[in-house]
Design a protein around this ligand. Structure first.
Ligand SMILES: NC(=O)c1ccc[n+]([C@@H]2O[C@H](COP(=O)([O-])OP(=O)(O)OC[C@H]3O[C@@H](n4cnc5c(N)ncnc54)[C@H](O)[C@@H]3O)[C@@H](O)[C@H]2O)c1
Ligand SMILES: O=c1ccn([C@@H]2O[C@H](COP(=O)(O)OP(=O)(O)O[C@H]3O[C@H](CO)[C@@H](O)[C@H](O)[C@H]3O)[C@@H](O)[C@H]2O)c(=O)[nH]1
Length: 442
């Protein structure tokens, strides 16, 4: 069985390398020729732990290749995984489906008889049924009836993408009743199914909804604990202790109960918004009004961080130097899409602060997105002369910093922990004023 992966970004590049690791011959296709040139050399265009060696291994062996040629992809693949981006539409909550639609339209005329197209992108419920019709209309007339569509949402987390792809919690496939989708995907994922990974077969809309429901639940859990952080701030309680105590209840659990600057990235924020927009189209908007609150709580954490920083700067940012540690939306990733850290950095700069940002892996992406911000090549250089240090992405490198050493180069020993990840005692012992979201002051 030969596999193509259409759209080789964070999801697609990982999926392509992992399919090669499972033993398949794989051809990745993207409309970005630069990305394809990099991948063809066995290098990843982004930072994802563990992906580089896998990619290099399979590009070198010839099992994994990349192209920009749709005819080549159509002729090559028995199964085509579509992994293109589905961002938020500009000025709206709804999902921009144009990249997925264009991938389907460009691929369809080149499909071979019995080809199976598998959607992996996160899409609004109802998309697969519509795309199945579009596929049938655009495939060569003589083979159109034999072409099958399945929807197989992806649940990987950046930073753990390889592990999550090769050893997922579950595989969910939405198929057409009576079609070949289930059998073909059982074959593709046979090594994982043999390992005991649950393989759940359902219809298109349920499969699409599993994905958006999962991300909505995760976003809600984060916003729940951040709402508790607001109450902690008002009452003098400590959200870190609260969260730890809640986590002992197995019905609640401690995962995604980390209070701080909230969620960002290319998934949770845009997925809950697209879900609200789609529910509105379906006449079910009331069911998801709570997600608006989830979004608001999340965005308020960013404003609160700016407020706390302003307080620490004596009431205003003018003439103050602010060190920002972290630019990626989370550690172990170079992804800066909707990054809370960069959002805070930009707000402070707009209010007159002299911001200096450092991130271990996301500097290039951050510079492209916010060319007006200043960047420092190391954490120490970012902190030099700072009136306040903001810890906004919880990289291990920042937990390893020696507060005594950092204390020698800053203007004032004030640190704001936006991720509740530093050890307050360690910083306070080294003479720092340590403040964090949802925790009492000194
Ligand atoms: N990043 C994640 O952790 C993750 C996890 C699960 C699901 N998803 C979903 O997967 C999809 C892709 O996300 P991503 O983070 O990989 O995005 P991305 O922007 O990193 O990658 C998308 C790729 O698709 C390419 N592309 C765009 N239009 C194309 C077309 N018509 N034909 C071929 N290629 C095209 C782009 O050039 C880009 O390389 C989204 O729907 C996202 O919500 C992402
Ligand atoms: O307790 C927590 C956990 C996470 N976050 C933040 O939440 C965001 C998202 O984190 P995470 O979910 O780990 O990252 P993603 O890689 O965006 O993964 C999410 O989005 C993907 C794309 O849809 C899904 O596949 C994954 O299952 C889903 O976890 C980040 O900004 C984190 O800092 C918190 O604030 N508190």
């Amino acid at each position: 069985m030969r596999i193509t992966v259409i759209g080789t970004g964070y999801l697609g590049a990982t999926h392509a390398a992992c399919m090669a690791e499972l033993g398949y011959e794989v051809l990745g296709l993207d409309i970005d020729p630069e990305k394809i040139a990099t991948l063809s050399q066995g290098r990843t265009p982004m930072y994802e732990p563990g992906l580089d060696p896998l990619l290099e291994k399979h590009v070198t062996s010839g099992r994994l290749r990349f192209t920009t040629d749709w005819a080549e992809a159509g002729a090559f693949g028995d199964v085509h995984f579509v992994c293109t981006n589905t961002p938020q539409r500009k000025g709206e909550f709804a999902c921009d489906m144009s990249y997925v639609e264009s991938a389907f339209d460009l691929l369809a005329p080149h499909l071979r008889e019995n080809a199976v197209v598998v959607g992996k992108s996160t899409v609004p419920v109802g998309s697969a049924a519509r795309l199945a019709e579009r596929l049938a209309a655009n495939a060569p007339a003589d083979i159109a009836d034999s072409v099958e569509l399945a929807w197989n949402p992806e649940f990987l987390r950046e930073g753990y993408a390889v592990q999550d792809t090769l050893h997922p919690d579950r595989l969910v496939v939405g198929v057409r009743a009576g079609g070949r989708g289930e059998a073909v995907l059982r074959q593709v994922y046979a090594p994982m199914i043999a390992e005991g990974v649950p393989f759940l077969v359902t219809d298109y809309p349920t499969a699409e909804l599993v994905k958006t429901a999962a991300n909505s639940f995760l976003a809600t859990k984060i916003s729940f604990i951040n709402a508790m952080a607001e109450v902690c701030e008002a009452s003098g309680a400590d959200v870190v202790q609260l969260s730890a105590a809640l986590a002992y209840d197995e019905r609640i659990g401690g995962k995604f109960l980390g209070a701080g600057l909230g969620f960002g990235g290319g998934c949770l924020p845009k997925d809950i918004r697209a879900f609200m927009a789609r529910a509105g189209e379906l006449g079910a908007d009331q069911a998801l009004t709570f997600l608006r609150e989830v979004d608001s709580i999340n965005m308020r954490r960013r404003s609160r961080m700016v407020e706390l920083a302003r307080e620490q700067c004596g009431g205003g940012f003018l003439g103050r130097r602010i060190a920002v540690l972290g630019a990626a939306f989370k550690p172990n990733s170079d992804d800066v899409r909707d990054s809370p850290a960069l959002n805070v950095a930009a707000q402070i700069q707009l209010q007159g602060g002299q911001v200096n940002v450092y991130d271990p892996k996301a500097m290039d992406n951050a510079r492209k997105l916010f060319p007006g911000l200043s960047f420092a090549p190391t954490a120490l250089e970012a902190a030099a002369g700072a009136h306040v240090v903001l810890h906004l992405t919880e990289w291990q490198e920042f937990r390893d910093l020696d507060p005594a050493v950092l204390g020698e180069i800053v203007a004032e020993r004030r640190v704001l922990d936006g991720r509740n990840a530093l050890d307050p005692q360690r910083w306070r012992t080294a003479g720092w004023t340590y403040r964090a979201l949802g925790r009492p002051g000194e």
